[in-house]
Write a protein that binds this ligand. Structure first.
Ligand SMILES: Cc1cc2nc3c(=O)[nH]c(=O)nc-3n(C[C@H](O)[C@H](O)[C@H](O)COP(=O)(O)O)c2cc1C
Length: 210
């Protein structure tokens, strides 16, 4: 995979949205303070299904992904818990500009493809319009449990924690979100270029609402 190295474009990327290529895109540091008070965000959290096509900025993506499952301690542990700290959940994001894998260590987006596959991440009509559809992927080779059911239960638990973090971030940021159990796993596995050890456990739509 090629690495993004054109420094001159860095400023552009931090100001605009995700670039349209499959390279690795560095993101600005997440803003780890402020936002809506926690109890107010919990009070306002809800699912939305009326998205517009307005894109998120790279800062918003960085903040959202850090809230979901970013590194929040020097030892590399995350904002969401995982069984025995195995960190087996990866977040893939699909946007109008392509598909990316969140690299929490480098706070970057690893380009997977330049194809807009948002419409293929679910059958509900709003899915194709929303800025981002997130796919939560369990890598069983990193799971705490070697038992298939145990691995998937643990992974679903971590994905649920990530998803709720995103709901709360969206509530604070004035964005909408809905977690989705409905997606076409077989087709998506190919589009995300997953291995046979990787399983999509959940989807989540994020974007501006009408
Ligand atoms: C495991 C799970 C799967 C879900 N799948 C879908 C889905 O496929 N499509 C959808 O529109 N909402 C889905 N939802 C969202 C629920 O419909 C929603 O959370 C519920 O109606 C309560 O509404 P609220 O989130 O606004 O409180 C799912 C929620 C969960 C927890």
């Amino acid at each position: 995979m090629k690495h993004f190295c054109f420094l001159g474009s860095l400023v552009l990327f931090t100001q605009l949205s995700v670039a349209q290529h499959a390279d690795t895109i560095p993101m600005p540091d997440p803003v780890r303070q402020g936002g809506k008070p926690l109890m107010q965000a919990l009070n306002d959290r809800h699912s939305s299904r009326n998205f517009t096509e307005k894109e998120l900025t790279l800062q918003q993506l960085s903040d959202m992904l850090w809230a979901a499952n970013g590194i929040n301690r020097p030892d590399g542990r995350r904002t969401s818990p995982s069984a025995r700290n195995k960190q087996e959940i990866d977040l893939y994001i699909t946007t109008a500009r392509g598909v990316y894998l969140y690299d929490a260590v480098k706070n970057s987006l690893i380009g997977i493809s330049t194809e807009d596959i948002r419409a293929k991440t679910g059958g509900q009509p709003f899915v194709k319009d929303a800025a981002v559809n997130i796919l939560y992927v369990c890598d069983k080779s990193r799971a705490a449990s070697t038992d298939e059911t145990g691995a998937l239960v643990n992974a679903a638990f971590t994905a649920g924690a990530c998803a709720q973090n995103i709901y709360l971030y969206c509530t604070s940021e004035g964005l909408g979100s809905v977690v989705r159990g409905s997606f076409q796993s077989d087709e998506l596995k190919g589009l995300l270029k997953l291995s046979d050890q990787q399983v999509i456990v959940m989807a989540q739509t994020v974007g501006y609402t009408q």
